[in-house]
Design a protein around this ligand. Structure first.
Ligand code: CP
Length: 359
């Protein structure tokens, strides 16, 4: 009997030992053979969304966006607004660095990209005055960009030459965001303008948008008209004779089936307008100072102008303004330009988060 018990205990012991040894082998085998996290999976080890629509993309022109991507950007911007209201600053982009490279003056674009990055927990290399950088020694844009991308994860660029952002993007392997290239485009402004219209009027299709002022050199209206051409809108252009909306952009917009009409008189269209988008006559773009003097006050929005407008119209301006909207209009609830500034923060937070794979 004792022998039998001893034999059974031994068998049990050896069985247990075998199971233990085999489990240990399995564990070892598993730890040897468990594949490491692969970098071609949709989610990178630190949670980057590699399959997100804007991941590591340059933002150079509004032409790169379709309606579905616009909806995604505005949905993220809306969430950013909620988060800022609830907690102010959060660590979505902690450890990420933005190089903010401005060859032209800016208040809103530069400050809002800085604020956007900092509200998301990231940091900023500010080069707002290239006079104090090596650009003043003659360093080229490609070299400047290739240098900054060694330090930063994303580059925001404002430059006086059309096509400069595209040139920078050719040389940079990190994403480049166009913050205005001369009289070319200002895509992030157009995105925030469209977001403002959606948030304020709850729709875009069916609206009549009237753009007023310097439509020749105003890059914000060039980008906005292109972006609006993805929707079912009517566009009116009101400008002095010498500052008409560019024909080539009108042709692009017409190709999308959008009705467009040019005027030199605001009274003709103010009553039918849902969005009145006013722009500054840009002194810095004029070669002849007398020509600027002749047209600088061609259109000034006053309380009397607003009396002719619809009750639910919104008045927008990319800012800065230098007299084309009277300050008496600021208290009119239809004056949306400072709300527009705030929407810009949320849109730029969304763009940074999306380009860096966090949304
Ligand atoms: N709207 C805009 O681009 O303003 P800033 O020139 O101040 O950046």
């Amino acid at each position: 009997m004792k022998k039998t018990i001893f034999f059974l205990e031994n068998r049990l012991f050896f069985r247990k030992f075998k199971i233990f040894a085999s489990n240990e082998r399995k564990e070892k085998t598993m730890s040897i053979h468990t594949p490491p996290i692969r970098i071609d999976t949709p989610y990178l080890p630190f949670g980057d969304m590699k399959n997100a629509p804007l991941y590591q993309k340059d933002i150079l022109s509004v032409n790169q966006f379709h309606r579905r991507e616009l909806e995604a950007i505005f949905a993220v911007a809306h969430e950013m607004e909620e988060m800022v209201r609830r907690i102010g600053t959060f660590d979505l982009l902690k450890g990420k660095i933005l190089a903010n490279l401005f060859y032209e003056p800016s208040t809103r674009t530069s400050a809002s990209f800085t604020a956007a990055m900092e509200r998301l927990g990231g940091s900023v290399i500010p080069i707002n005055e290239v006079r104090y950088s090596s650009v003043s020694k003659g360093e080229s844009l490609p070299d400047t960009v290739r240098t900054l991308e060694a330090y930063a994860d994303v580059i925001v660029l404002r430059h006086p030459e059309v096509g400069s952002a595209a040139l920078a993007a050719q040389y940079a392997s990190k994403p480049v965001i166009n913050a205005g290239d001369g009289v070319g485009e200002h895509p992030t402004q157009a995105l925030l303008d469209l977001h403002t219209i959606r948030e304020e009027l709850k729709q875009v299709d069916g609206l009549t948008i009237t753009m007023v002022g310097d439509l020749k050199y105003g890059r914000t209206v060039h980008s906005l008209a292109r972006l609006l051409s993805r929707f079912d809108v009517r566009l009116n252009y009101v400008s002095p004779d010498i500052l008409p909306f560019p024909e080539e952009i009108m042709a692009e917009v017409a190709a999308k089936g959008i009705p467009q009409t040019q005027y030199t008189n605001l009274e003709a269209v103010i009553g039918e307008t849902d969005v009145l988008y006013v722009t500054r006559v840009q002194k810095e773009r004029f070669e002849d100072p007398q020509a600027y003097e002749r047209v600088k006050n061609a259109f000034v929005i006053t309380p009397e102008t607003m009396q002719q407008a619809k009750e639910e119209m919104i008045l927008m301006h990319p800012l800065p303004r230098v007299g084309e909207i009277s300050m008496e209009v600021d208290s009119d609830p239809r004056a949306a330009y400072f709300r527009q500034v705030e929407y810009g923060l949320y849109v730029r937070m969304a763009l940074l988060a999306m380009v860096l794979g966090k949304a």
